[in-house]
Design a protein around this ligand. Structure first.
Ligand code: HEC
Ligand code: HEC
Length: 284
């Protein structure tokens, strides 16, 4: 990959109308959900992060109005989809005539899982995301059709699973058998893509807290996923978000579930180690 001079990078950024941060958000606000669950939205960066001292949840960059929507489950539009997922959880489906509940009992059996995702699957010999575990159960244990990566049932189910870990610190393993995948994801994070030749790091590490097209740039963390976006009024998967960001650099993007995005997910997840799992979060 050809390295660009700082000047060219600055001009790519300028094309996107990047401005100095004059945030309307209350960046020091505390995120306490339903008046009882206090979330860690700022903390010391994990040791592997060389260029940042502090990591911050995307929530701290949002406007006060958007922030408020995540502070109470009655206001969080993502919770409707969690309710739908509870029905799906109990629904018998496929040739084995089983539901998720037949084997896993209640969704609370998934407590803690979101904080480790994605993780090394010993039997498969590769890193798996939550979506892959769910589809493995559907296909091979229920005799049911796989769900599409961004299908409503799938994204809703990842929200129900994430909710079981709400408030627990992200704790993704990056060593052992997962290390090679993590290295691959890290390399992608610093690779410049597209006509604009911008890497994830150019925006989310070098320019977070600045304004880009009137949007307050965050650190691009994924501890809040799946995220309900006001923009498209639905829950969004991690890979759908990656796709949108890569497309914004005017590059051909990777597919949801591609080995590239799985590796990138592992790396990006590890950048949030220590922040609370927030899913389903609310973003603009
Ligand atoms: C041109 C600048 C730019 C680049 C390059 C870019 N993003 Fe983004 N990204 C944004 C903007 C703008 C948003 C919406 C505001 C925010 O949350 O930062 C965003 C949001 C996100 C979010 C949602 C954060 C949250 O809390 O909801 C994630 C995750 C993310 N980006 C990951 C990535 C990854 C991974 C890459 C590299 C493949 C990348 N981005 C490249 C501009 C960029
Ligand atoms: C026939 C029994 C069965 C059914 C039905 C089933 N699962 Fe599973 N599931 C398993 C087993 C067994 C594992 C592997 C457990 C392990 O290795 O720790 C598993 C693992 C998982 C995992 C990974 C958990 C972990 O700790 O790594 C997730 C997520 C999951 N299932 C979700 C679901 C969902 C969602 C459904 C319904 C759509 C479902 N499963 C239906 C038996 C089932």
């Amino acid at each position: 990959m050809k390295l660009k001079s700082l000047k060219t990078v600055t001009s790519s950024i300028a094309m996107l109308a990047l401005g100095a941060g004059i945030a309307s958000a209350d960046e020091d606000a505390a995120l306490i959900i339903n008046g009882e669950t206090e979330m860690v939205v700022r903390t010391e960066a994990p040791a592997h992060l060389e260029n940042m001292d502090e990591i911050r949840s995307g929530w701290t960059f949002r406007s006060a109005e958007t922030q408020a929507l995540q502070m109470d489950d009655f206001d969080n539009p993502g919770m409707i989809f969690v309710d739908q997922a509870i029905d799906t959880w109990n629904q018998v489906s496929g040739s084995e005539e089983k539901s998720c509940a037949s084997c896993h009992e209640g969704p609370e059996s998934m407590k803690g899982l979101r904080t480790q995702m994605p993780k090394w699957n010993e039997a498969a010999g590769e890193v798996w995301t939550t979506e892959m575990y769910i589809n493995d159960c559907r296909e091979n244990r229920m005799g049911a059709d796989k769900w599409g990566w961004n299908a409503k049932d799938m994204v809703n189910m990842t929200a129900l699973i994430a909710l079981q870990s709400r408030g627990m610190p992200m704790n993704v393993a990056i060593d052992g058998p997962a290390q090679a995948t993590w290295e691959q994801g890290k390399e992608m994070y610093y690779t410049r893509y597209g006509q604009l030749e911008l890497s994830c790091a150019n925006c989310h590490e070098d320019n977070y807290d600045n304004l880009i097209r009137a949007d307050h740039l965050s650190q691009g963390q994924i501890n809040g996923f799946p995220a309900y976006r006001l923009k498209n009024a639905k829950l969004n998967s991690i890979h759908a978000r990656f796709k949108g960001c890569v497309r914004d650099t005017r590059a051909e993007t990777f597919k949801e579930g591609s080995p590239e995005f799985i590796a990138l997910e592992l790396y990006v997840a590890s950048r949030a180690n220590g922040l609370s799992s927030e899913g389903p979060s609310v973003r603009n």
